[in-house]
Every structure is written in structure tokens, then in C-alpha cells.
Design a protein around this ligand. Structure first.
Ligand SMILES: Nc1nc2c(ncn2[C@@H]2O[C@H](COP(=O)(O)OP(=O)(O)OP(=O)(O)O)[C@@H](O)[C@H]2O)c(=O)[nH]1
Ligand SMILES: [Mg+2]
Length: 341
């Protein structure tokens, strides 16, 4: 009888995906969630926010967080991005530290030190450490204890399990992989190591099962039909930003922010007006292109993906405006949602 109750206990937890830029964090999150929630490009610093993707089963809820790649910030936007990544160290039940064969450990020594400490603290409860934790704070607003009390659920949380993910193993040899495993074992001796290819879906379902087993016993944080914490407009912004990353070079993608001004859902059509903000007039000209050709290309690529995302016909209008030096302006960053408070 006791065994039966244990095997049926509901498990839930935060599974936070962190690592250096471009290692495949967003590709992995989409593979684990089974939806294209996070945008993916070959350029570093594609992800700028912490994005939740929720996987629900009858007896479990996994709350994944994709985060920006860890870097040493050069301007305020990057500081905000790093805050999102740091927040994911605070509230993880399972931390997926993603690396790949070309990755080096010295890109942000502070961050990897914190991961090492989390590993060593295995078995102790996570604490706020003064860093704001977006995921759990968000979840607490909709927390619905479903079996037992909230305090009982918290008491059963056991601290952070760290999984070291070696991604992109489709690009490496068995020999290199073996030396990578040995290297990471010396760096994070307590971490469990998973060699995978998120793109080729190799090793992903085994990882998914291991995550499920590592989740603490507890009730769900979010309603069981919820897929993410972000509103529909956020995904429109992100799809347009992905097309900008793909179509322009140098500073342009990094100087751009996208904002949906109006989103009107009709019976058979969604009408969307979105503004692409850049930092200077000279960038505006490049984004629009000769006779509007570049902007038209971005618009038609984005429209197709937005239609796929919502499974509905979309009418998309894009505008380009200048928001001078927005990346360094705290109040503009707050306006665009880069604030944890
Ligand atoms: N060959 C190979 N490429 C991969 C794999 N996973 C991801 N990629 C590629 O690596 C690049 C970066 O992937 P992302 O998922 O955007 O990486 P990220 O870590 O989220 O990047 P940031 O958001 O910029 O930090 C893209 O071109 C992906 O297609 C993999 O398993 N194998
Ligand atoms: Mg990403």
C-alpha cells in the first residue's frame, strides 16, 4: 500500500537550462518541451529573456526555463540578460548546465563557480541569496496546492540536482567525447553527465526520463493546461527578432528590439502591427533596405512562422522606429521587459 502511494506521488519542479552562448540551450528546451517556444539561430546571444516551457503529465509537471547565454556584460541590456541567467541558479530543482565540444570553461568564471557550489550543496535547500527568482516568484502567484499543504511540498524539496549536458555530440568523435566526459567529471564530480545532440534528438528522451525521476515530490506550480508564462505577443516579438538575427549582420540584430503594438484576433485571421526599434537613423535605413526590400523579406518570413505558431492566417504589418540608445537606458529596458523586479 505504501509503495503504491509512493509510485503514484505527483512530482513537480523547476528545470533550469543555463550555459555559455550558442551551446544549444534553446534547441534543447524546445526538444524537451516538444514546442518551438524559444528562437534559435547560429548567432550568439539569441535568447534575451528567461522563457518558461511547461510539460505536464498526469503525475508530474516540469517547468523548464531557457535562459540567455552567460557572458561578461558590456552594456546594460547584457547586465539584465545575465540577471536572468543568474536567477536560474537560485530556484532550480534540476539544473541543466549545457556545454558543447568547442565550449570553454573560462568564459565566465564566476558563473561556473556558482554551479560548482550548487553541486557541492546537493541535499541542502536552495535559498534566495539576494537574487530575484523569476520562475518561482511567478509560479507562486498561481500555486494551487493539490495534495497536502504548500509547506509540506516545500519541505520535500531537496536542493538542486546538477546535470552536465554535453550537447552537439553529432559534431564530435567518440575519442573526443570520452576526454570531454573525463574533463567535466573533474570539474563537476557530483554532476551526472549526459552526452546528447539536441538538434538530432539523440539522448533527449533518456535525459527527459532522468529529469522526471529527479523531480521532487510536490503539487503542480501552474495550471495543468498552461504551456508557458509568456503572453502570445511575446512569441510574435521573438519570431520577428529571429528573422532579424537571420537577415542582418554585425551590430544590427543586437541593437534591435521588437514590440507588438496591436494584436487583434478575428475568426479566421490575426491582425498584428509590430514595431522594430533600433538605436540610430543609419540602422533604420539598413533594416528597411532598398525600396523596403529587406523589411519585406523579414515580414514574409516572420508571418509564415507566426502562422505556424498560432495555426491561423496572419496579417502582419512591420514599422521601423528609432529609440535612441535604448540598450543603455534603464527605463527603456524596463519598458521592454528586461527587469526582474
Ligand atoms: N550540430 C548541432 N548543432 C546544434 C545542436 N544543438 C543546437 N545546435 C545549433 O547551435 C546553434 C545555437 O543554438 P541555440 O539553441 O540558439 O543556442 P543557445 O545556447 O540557446 O544560444 P544563445 O541563446 O545565444 O545563448 C544553432 O545554430 C543550432 O542549430 C546539436 O545538437 N548539434
Ligand atoms: Mg538561446
Amino acid at each position: 500500500m505504501v509503495n503504491k502511494q509512493c509510485s503514484q506521488a505527483h512530482r513537480s519542479g523547476f528545470v533550469n537550462i543555463v550555459g555559455n552562448p550558442n551551446v544549444g540551450k534553446s534547441t534543447l528546451m524546445n526538444a524537451l518541451v516538444g514546442e518551438r517556444l524559444s528562437i534559435i539561430t547560429s548567432k550568439a546571444q539569441t535568447t534575451r529573456h528567461r522563457i518558461l516551457g511547461i510539460v505536464n503529465g498526469e503525475d508530474f509537471q516540469m517547468v523548464y526555463s531557457d535562459t540567455p547565454g552567460v557572458l561578461s556584460p558590456n552594456y546594460r541590456l547584457q547586465e539584465k540578460m545575465l540577471e536572468f541567467s543568474r536567477s536560474a541558479l537560485v530556484d532550480a530543482d534540476v539544473l541543466l548546465y549545457v556545454t558543447e565540444p568547442q565550449d570553454t570553461i573560462d568564459r565566465n568564471p564566476d558563473f561556473i563557480e556558482k554551479v560548482k557550489k550548487l553541486c557541492r550543496k546537493k541535499g541542502s535547500p536552495t535559498s534566495a541569496n539576494g537574487v530575484h527568482s523569476v520562475g518561482r516568484a511567478e509560479a507562486q502567484r498561481v500555486f494551487v496546492p493539490q495534495s497536502g499543504t504548500e509547506s509540506a511540498a516545500v519541505a520535500e524539496r531537496e536542493g538542486t540536482r546538477v546535470f552536465l549536458i554535453i550537447n552537439k555530440i553529432d559534431l564530435t568523435t567518440q575519442e573526443t567525447l570520452e576526454s570531454l566526459v573525463a574533463f567535466w567529471h573533474t570539474q563537476l564530480p557530483e554532476a551526472e553527465i549526459f552526452p546528447i545532440s539536441a538538434q538530432e534528438r539523440f539522448g533527449v528522451s533518456q535525459l527527459f526520463d532522468a529529469i522526471k525521476e529527479a523531480l521532487p515530490v510536490g503539487p503542480p506550480f501552474f495550471p495543468k493546461d498552461q504551456l508557458t508564462d509568456k503572453p502570445a505577443r511575446f512569441f510574435v516579438d521573438e519570431i520577428i527578432r529571429e528573422k532579424i538575427l537571420l537577415n542582418y549582420d554585425k551590430e544590427i540584430p543586437y541593437s534591435v528590439e521588437v514590440e507588438v503594438e496591436s494584436f487583434k484576433e478575428e475568426d479566421k485571421l490575426i491582425r498584428i502591427d509590430a514595431v522594430i526599434y533600433c538605436e540610430r537613423d543609419s540602422q533604420k535605413g539598413i533594416i528597411i533596405g532598398k525600396a523596403g526590400s529587406a523589411l519585406k523579406r523579414v515580414g514574409s518570413q516572420a508571418r509564415k512562422d507566426i502562422e505556424d505558431f498560432f495555426q491561423k492566417q496572419v496579417f502582419l504589418q512591420l514599422f521601423v522606429k528609432v529609440d535612441k540608445d535604448w540598450r543603455s537606458n534603464i527605463s527603456r529596458l524596463k519598458h521592454y521587459g528586461y527587469d526582474l523586479s
